[in-house]
Design a protein around this ligand. Sequence first.
Ligand SMILES: Cc1ncc(COP(=O)(O)O)c(C=O)c1O
Length: 403
Amino acid sequence: MIQPAARVSQVRYEIRGPLAQRAHELEQAGHDILHLNVGNPGRFGLHAPDTMRQALINNLPASDAYGPQCGIFPAREAVAIQFQERGLPATRFQHVLIGNGVSELVDLSLRALLEPGDEVLIPAPDYPLWTAATMLNGGRAVHYPCRAGQHFLPDISELATRISPRTRAIVVINPNNPTGAVYPQELLRQIAALAQQHGLVLFADEIYDAITYDDASFTPMATLATEAVCVSFGGLSKVWRACGWRVGWMVFSGDLDRSTDYRQAVEKLAALRLSSNVPAQWAVQTALGGYQSIAELTAPGGRLYEARRAVLASVAASRHLQLVRPDGAMYAFPAVRCGADAAFDDHAFASRLLETAHILIVPGTSFNIHDPRHFRITLLPEPGQLQQAIAAMDALLDELLDT
Ligand SMILES: Cc1ncc(COP(=O)(O)O)c(C=O)c1O
């Protein structure tokens, strides 16, 4: 038997773990499964804008060769312009690096930064890639709590107590996956000040930046972290519904003098993988400029807005569930209303729901929290499907909580 590396078995990524494998088996056996586990818009008929496809098709003949390791110029320049327009006029294309999705760039950015035992402050709950990539690159993930009782926002003084001499970076996911929290400007300013004071890198994962609801308003971390080393992440997967195209970017801002060596180290790692997917990079300029169709989905009457409304109404009527209203992103992170000491098992619940109702959700503890009462669902299906799914959860919880 070939022994795999121990560090890989420590990694948790249950969004596509054993439950998803079981769902696949059930599908192979002829069952329809409602996939509420992955934020994958294309799977629910939410597609990339036609003009992006056109950009890709028109440039396909020019895409056979490897591209530059940091990305093609028009894509890098389009992202730089977005940051200039956000109030960061010093941003240049050289500060932008394009990768195979934010996922790859998270890995490269941590690999280029961490020495063994270095610590990274990561929200809990988190998008578990951050914890996994920290561990795989020799670092230690130190989680700072973002509690439901505080709208899933961190407490700044508690966050400060997690900083040690080994801390190298703070990760902020805003708008947040899995909770849907949208961070207020003042809180972001305080986090930026903390990073600056302790010389930490700020990693701002902003892949959901244009997905907010009602009066929630997104503030880019880079606009506040003007003195710290700030690295912002964005991509085509969510706002432009092009997950499968595998295009993401990272942007250096703030104290650019202090980040030069680090940026060059990331570029060296990018060179080792030659280039990222070239054809889809041609769509970045088209995506970022002009009319932004995501607003049709997030405004009242829009698919994501109405899905969220259906979830909020269904949970409000539920006998067993409660929910902190998601203000952004494409998820809800409900909790089962039972005493904190009740022996509720989120994995057992998710597994029963899959077997009996053919609904696939992600147990809350998969997002690096201990409280086993939460689970994550996506807001991508039709509102009616979500209503039915929540009714099915309630029915199952009637059974589970009464026995
Ligand atoms: C917070 C967050 N960051 C990064 C990613 C990865 O995105 P990409 O498709 O660009 O790799 C995701 C995907 O769901 C995400 O939710």
